[in-house]
Design a protein around this ligand. Structure first.
Ligand code: NAP
Length: 276
């Protein structure tokens, strides 16, 4: 069965749109873009599109690549203290000479839409309530939508990056899964992945996961994105695995749409917490 990220995204956004209208929620996202990174502009447009769709206001702060760190720090401070701002995103990457981690860590945890500031990651480490990083939350919501049990499952995650693999391993541990985190130095990867009830690959290595690495009847989630000649490939050899796995994400069309939906979901959660 295909885990249809687009369908689930659309359902989640439709529910959120109705909720925002019914409860008259006044949600505002502030996005800070420093410099002229073209990919960032596309990501921001996408975020704006979905915010607009559900009735969330977006305030964009476009700063030139010559902007000094102090100016960004002052802006974050102003937005942190602005009651009308629900969430803040400092778009990565920032120009050379600006310390992204230093600046983004100044965003208040309760306004940290991406869930990557040190406080929120620490809460995740402690197993406390936190703002989950959007891809991590999107994967969990997708599994929950299709009623795939996480508690007690043998979960293998390939890739220990800070954006996906590492925080995902913590989130699954917190949900009582038994987690193995594999990476480029892992020996006998296929022996490990073949034991997975849920196999998640987040490496960016095209078709790393082949059919001999997958357990019959398992769930396979493909996070990786590799672009070759304008075409997108995932980490998973979908065509040869779709009949072995019981559940599998397409790529594109699986985790990607869920990630965007979770930005919106996090903003609604933050607004609700703000209002007690
Ligand atoms: P990252 O920080 O570059 O991490 C990649 C990980 O893959 C590393 O842990 C690396 O191992 C591991 N790896 C590389 N080659 C491997 C191999 N041959 N066998 C096993 N492990 C291998 O990447 P990231 O930021 O976490 O992102 C991972 C992928 O997800 C990327 O393709 C990214 O574009 C994609 N992504 C997709 C979404 C979405 O919404 N769909 C969101 C975020 C990211 P080492 O640690 O040993 O180097």
């Amino acid at each position: 069965m295909i885990l249809d990220g687009k369908k689930v995204r659309d359902e989640i956004l439709a529910k959120i749109k109705a909720k925002i209208a019914k409860e008259k929620l006044d949600i505002k996202l502030a996005i800070i873009l420093v410099g002229d990174d073209e990919a960032s502009k596309i990501y921001i447009k996408n975020k704006e599109k979905y915010c607009d769709m559900v009735g969330i206001a977006v305030e964009k702060y476009k700063l030139s690549s010559e902007t000094e760190e102090k100016e960004i720090i002052n802006l974050i401070d102003k937005l942190n203290n602005d009651e009308s701002v629900t969430g803040i995103i400092l778009q990565s990457p920032v120009p050379e000479g600006i310390d992204f981690n230093k600046c983004s860590n100044l965003i208040k945890p309760e306004k940290d839409v991406d869930g990557f500031t040190k406080n929120n990651i620490y809460y995740l480490y402690l197993g406390k309530k936190t703002v989950l990083p959007c891809t991590v939350k999107g994967i969990i919501k997708l599994l929950e939508y299709y009623k795939i049990p996480i508690s007690g499952a043998n979960v293998v995650i390939v890739g220990r990056g800070n954006i996906v693999g590492h925080p995902l391993s913590l989130a699954f541990e917190n949900m009582d899964a038994t987690v193995t985190l594999a990476h480029s130095k892992t020996q006998n990867l296929a022996e490990i992945t073949k034991n997975a009830d849920i196999l998640i690959s987040a490496t960016g290595v095209k078709h790393l996961i082949t059919k001999d690495m997958v357990k019959y009847g398992s769930t396979v989630i493909d996070v990786g994105v590799t672009r070759v000649d304008g075409k997108i490939y995932g980490d998973v050899d979908f065509e040869n695995i779709k009949d072995i796995a019981r559940y599998i994400t397409p790529n594109p069309g699986g985790v990607g749409p869920m990630t965007v939906a979770m930005i919106i979901d996090n903003l609604v959660e933050m607004e609700e917490r703000k209002n007690g």
